[in-house]
Write a protein that binds this ligand. Structure first.
Ligand code: MG
Length: 385
């Protein structure tokens, strides 16, 4: 029974926009990463390397962003219903012939390795196993705002995911269940006569659906993290030209900024601050000016790289505050565009980005217009290990 090949099937094909905004909830940011990225990381942390994600065909770009560094096989497209999406996902695993499959909802970001292992352990002796929590609240059946009856809560459980099954058995069960509408895969298995075990779920294995759930999930995340703050500083000299790049925005100007890359002092300062938060050197360590590859490079590449390094450590960017110091160009008209661009590069909400500007009262090199400077302070949350 040992060393059986277990694959994870993450179902992320829903249109669930209930949590607000246009982006389906499985791609909405949680602690600076798309919700889906957490499920992928959960299985990896539990030693499951064969991970198949089922997505909606409209979400390819969002998926690529969410799973960019995960090295997963191409996603499978879902169907009209969750059940059909799971069926497509199971078919997608066929060539890899897993012995076991763990079917998981992308909306549950906090399935821990212990919980996943309990499901796998139960599959040694059962066709299926699901994590569940015993119901402790008294249950009422209601009708038109009135209680009709009190339901005995003995032997009642709340089902969670991942739900694990013998792969061949659940494939067959899903074939038989075509045309029905069941709310989880255990129900599909039960209908086919599978013996499905209940294992201990976790209160932290919450389903993130509403906007309130996202707030709660953010809070849960922050309780397991330490906060780091670091600063960055950069200066570039003006030279003849007709535009500058500042905080990722092209601004027409009667001078240009001199530098090896596009000389975006704003993004350089933020990049250094982020690298400072994780003790990963500075921008020159990662992108040496001596390297021809970075000649004229767009600085969003530098910032995106620093953000990737933060994410690789399981970290999230909490806040970015950048101050541009110059007499000209005027920053005010571009502030909103800069804020949005920085948020986009870092994959965080715009509320987490602050762009400020000041002159130096015509004093010093910035005051004389010889160059401009940028200062940034970044706050990053890292997991407590
Ligand atoms: Mg620089």
């Amino acid at each position: 029974m040992a060393n059986r090949h277990a694959a994870a099937l993450i179902v992320a094909a829903g249109r669930g926009v209930r949590a607000g905004e246009g982006t389906p909830k499985q791609y909405r940011p949680l602690g600076g990463r798309p919700l889906l990225a957490y499920s992928i990381a959960s299985f990896k942390a539990a030693g499951i390397t064969d991970i198949q994600v089922v997505i909606h065909a409209d979400d390819i770009a969002l998926y690529k962003e969410a799973a960019a560094d995960a090295g997963l096989p191409a996603p499978v497209f879902g169907g009209e219903s969750r059940q059909e999406s799971v069926r497509n996902g199971l078919a997608g695993l066929k060539a890899r012939a897993p012995d076991l499959v763990l079917i998981h909802d992308a909306a549950r970001p906090f399935a821990d390795a212990g919980l996943i292992q309990r499901v796998l352990d139960a599959l040694q002796t059962h066709d299926g196993a699901i994590p569940a929590i015993a119901v402790t609240d008294t249950l009422k059946r209601g009708e038109k705002g009135l209680i009709r009856e009190t339901v005995a809560r003995d032997n009642l459980y709340q089902a969670q995911t991942p739900q694990g099954f013998n792969y061949a058995a659940i494939c067959l069960a899903h074939e038989r269940a075509r045309g029905t509408a069941m709310t989880d895969d255990a129900a599909v298995g039960e209908a086919a006569g599978l013996k499905v075990a209940l294992v201990e779920g976790a209160a932290t294995n919450i389903k993130v659906t509403s906007a309130e759930d996202f707030v709660r999930a953010e809070k849960m995340l922050s309780e397991r993290t330490s906060t780091r703050v670091a600063m960055g500083f950069d200066v570039h000299r003006f030279m003849p030209g007709d535009h500058v790049f500042l905080c990722g925005v092209r601004i027409a100007h009667d001078a240009a900024l001199e530098g090896h890359s596009d000389a975006d002092a704003g993004l350089h300062a933020i990049t250094d601050a982020l690298l400072g938060c994780i003790g990963a050197g500075d921008i020159g360590t990662h992108f040496p000016p001596s390297d021809e590859r970075w000649r004229g490079a767009a600085s969003h590449l530098f910032l995106a790289h620093a953000a990737t390094l933060v994410r690789d450590k399981g970290g999230a960017v909490e806040h970015v505050d950048v101050t541009l110091i110059c007499e000209r160009p005027k920053i005010g008209p571009h502030r909103a565009a800069m804020t949005e661009r920085i948020a986009e590069i870092l994959y965080i909400e715009t509320e987490r980005v602050s762009v400020k500007a000041t002159t130096s009262e015509r004093l010093g090199f910035t005051g004389r217009g010889e160059g401009l400077a940028a200062q940034a302070v970044c706050t990053v949350r890292l997991p407590v290990r």
